[in-house]
Design a protein around this ligand. Structure first.
Ligand code: 13P
Ligand code: SF4
Length: 366
């Protein structure tokens, strides 16, 4: 059924406001390290050859001498700092395949964050993902290599908006997409991700929910459930740019092409697709079905990461870049580990409330 209502911003906001970073508690605790040598030489080439082999069909050999010294330095420093790098599926191949300890979608990241043994977590992703890692690991040091790596969805709603929504719709539970600030999660009953949104909505056993902030994910869930959904007028600036018309054109040129889309896309895009799922579900679909040609209707680096693994599959554009994900680079990851920055700090009272909403999702019975 269609969503019941779409509500817009209820409070004033400052668009583009960067998420706040902390002072230098992590630097005081762990100390800085000197910049390692970063030249390309025979030793670096030999030490990193096994990593280049993973990405050689998507990263030209002329580019590797620029990446390899950073890859080697980061991997050495991770051990010295007892750090792990959690990388989202939208990170570039040299990060995803060569320095990450764990890769996945938002739900997999949240689950992994509950199991980390290392002292330091470096989040190669966007700020809300780093905040989720911190919420689940209040005693660990969580770093994000560029604190400006935000998200248009996380910017779309505030904690005050959620409080006002509750006043407008008393007694209706709030399901919040993880692409939100800790403050918004703290005002929510439960979080969800693109891979479990339907199950989360249905797990509550109610006939109506408030679902924030992605109006398109809300519409996608509403199309599959009898639960009435009150949505919020937020959207992903990357996925909302795709259109059903561009996909129809691709299909008319090659009717055998497989089109798979992320549920943050508008309904006409989803209607023009053969499969819809979270980034991890999209990757699993390609691994399992091995189509000859496929369009991943999502962020561009994901196709590169899967193409590195599956050279027989042809990945056809369109794709759109996420400017926030692309703020994370090898030089910034190295700087992050050398200088313990930027440390992610969440107010303990907010973190405690947000943790309840996130853990309710993680430990939900499926
Ligand atoms: P996933 O949880 O599907 O990886 O989505 C995160 C995201 O930011 C998509 O734009
Ligand atoms: Fe946010 Fe969209 Fe970028 Fe994902 S792709 S981080 S939802 S702006």
């Amino acid at each position: 059924m269609p969503v019941l209502d779409i509500v817009g911003p209820l409070t004033a906001r400052q668009p583009g406001r960067p998420p706040a970073a902390s002072g230098s508690a992590a630097l005081r605790k762990f100390g800085a390290r000197p910049m390692p040598p970063l030249e390309w030489n025979a030793e670096v080439e030999r030490d990193t050859a096994h990593l280049y082999a993973r990405i050689q069909n998507v990263v030209p050999s002329v580019e590797w001498p620029f990446f390899a010294p950073y890859v080697r330095a980061i991997n050495a420093l991770k051990k010295e700092r007892n750090a792990v790098i959690l990388a989202h599926n939208y990170q570039t191949p040299e990060i995803y395949h060569c320095v990450a300890d764990f890769v996945g979608d938002s739900l997999q990241h949240a689950r992994e964050a509950t199991k980390v043994k290392a002292d330091v977590i470096v989040q190669a992703g966007v700020h809300f993902m780093a905040e989720t890692a911190k919420i689940l690991n209040p005693d660990k040091t969580v770093l994000i290599p560029d604190v400006r790596a935000g998200c248009s969805l996380a910017e779309a709603i505030t904690g005050e908006d959620v409080r006002l929504l509750r006043e407008r719709f008393p007694g209706v539970p709030v399901v919040t997409y993880v692409n939100t600030s800790a403050e918004v999660k703290a005002e929510s009953d439960i979080t969800c991700t693109s891979s479990n949104a339907l199950q989360v909505v249905e797990s509550l056993g109610v006939d109506k929910v408030i679902f924030v902030p992605d109006q398109y994910l809300a519409k996608y869930v509403a199309s599959q459930t009898k639960v009435k959904i009150i949505a919020w007028k937020g959207s992903c600036e990357v996925h909302e740019r795709f259109t059903g018309d561009e996909l129809s054109l691709i299909r008319s040129n090659d009717p055998s092409v497989q089109i798979i889309a992320h549920p943050e896309c508008p309904p006409d895009v989803i209607a023009a697709s053969d499969f819809t799922g979270s980034t991890a579900h999209m990757i699993d679909w390609v691994r399992k079905n091995r189509p000859k040609r496929v369009v991943l209707v999502t962020e561009c680096s994901m196709a590169d990461n899967v193409a590195a693994e599956l050279p027989d599959v042809e990945f056809t554009r369109p794709c759109n870049l996420c400017p926030h994900m692309k703020r994370i680079t090898l030089p910034k990851i190295l700087d992050s580990l050398l200088n313990m920055k930027e440390e992610v700090v969440v107010d303990p009272a907010i973190a405690e409330k947000a943790r309840r909403a996130v853990e309710r999702m993680i430990y939900m019975k499926s």
